[in-house]
Design a protein around this ligand. Structure first.
Ligand code: FES
Ligand code: FES
Length: 168
């Protein structure tokens, strides 16, 4: 069965008709030619398809596009403005947070989500004091970014980049 939906993708209103079984990742990549979110595992295990969906990081390979009719999608590409990179993107560049770059769009979107979640006081599995403000220690960053795998092993640079972006 086909359904027509609307999405705002990186600031642009887009309308498309999709089979109701279409994932958000396939809708973005195959139908709208938005290729910043990458298809790694297609099973919710690698994080390369992460975008910000209505402000929160989300795996798009496990999301059905029709469930997000009317939503706002921001990909790593949409984080930059015409003349400036997002400060998390700058930090990845500065701290060598990538090698082949395949995982990078998902890592960047996740990092933006992590900074926001910490600012809002969301605890993680390793947060000890649930009453205190969240401090993004190395362990907190590693835990919160653990859903994003990097086949090149650029983790030291990714950690350094997220640390540098805290408070920026
Ligand atoms: S492609 Fe979505 S988590 Fe791997
Ligand atoms: S930089 Fe190659 S997969 Fe992460």
């Amino acid at each position: 069965m086909d359904t027509t939906i609307e999405l705002t993708v990186d600031g642009q209103r887009r309308q498309l008709t999709v089979d109701t079984r279409t994932t958000l990742l396939d809708a973005l990549r195959e139908r709208l030619a938005v290729t910043s979110p990458k298809k790694g595992c297609d099973h919710g295990q690698c994080g390369s398809c992460t975008v910000l969906l209505d402000g929160r990081r989300h795996l798009t390979c496990l999301a059905l596009a029709v469930a997000f009719d009317g939503s706002e999608v921001v990909t790593a590409e949409g984080l930059a403005t015409d003349d400036a990179l997002h400060h998390v993107q700058e930090a990845f560049l500065e701290h060598d947070g990538y090698q082949c770059g395949y995982c990078t769009p998902g890592q960047v979107c996740s990092a933006v989500g992590v900074l926001d979640e910490a600012k809002q006081g969301h605890p993680s599995h390793v947060t000890e004091d649930l009453e205190a403000d969240v401090e993004l220690t190395d362990d907190e960053i590693r835990e919160r970014m653990s859903g994003n795998l990097c086949r090149c092993g650029a983790y030291p640079g990714i950690l350094a980049a997220v640390k540098a972006a805290v408070g920026a």
